[in-house]
Design a protein around this ligand. Sequence first.
Ligand SMILES: [Zn+2]
Length: 195
Amino acid sequence: MRTEEVIEKFRATGALLEGHFVLTSGLHSTNYLQCALVLQHASEAEGFGRAIAEHFKTDGIRLVAAPAIGGIVIGHEVARALGARFIWTEREDGKMSLRRGFSVVPGEKTLVVEDVVTTGGSTLETVNSLRAAGANVIAAASIIDRSLGKADVGVRRIALATLEVPSVDPSACDACKRGEPATKPGSRKRLVSGQ
Ligand SMILES: [Zn+2]
């Protein structure tokens, strides 16, 4: 699956918005990415899962693991495409852990999957958590890489598309200077007067 094809699916489903946005961090951006909006379409999730699985079909992956919540839908689809088992990690007392009775066979060949890699932090935590449980984590993957290839998660890593989502302090925001109202995606609420 080509990068443009991935991005087009995000645009078509409203998962990639262009405009003037206030991010959770308080920074402003001209783009907003919400993977859940493309993954709500099961056929798109299935297609991304197959495209990721394509990169690992000769690796003998027996287990796919993903950090909750973002990685669950895509991780499940990758596991389905590879004929592997699927489990997820979640935070317990701030630490990424295997819960719900999930376990790992010692040396089990494992792929860690996430929807979006930004800093690689949650993928790395999941890799470490799986290794501590005895898995042989051989690679990691995501649909989108926002790190421009820079995130180092300690294993081979691939992404279906690389996408930069630049964000700036409101004081340095060009759209603010033009007086354009900013919106907080997901809330449908205008935060800056001007409507
Ligand atoms: Zn702004």
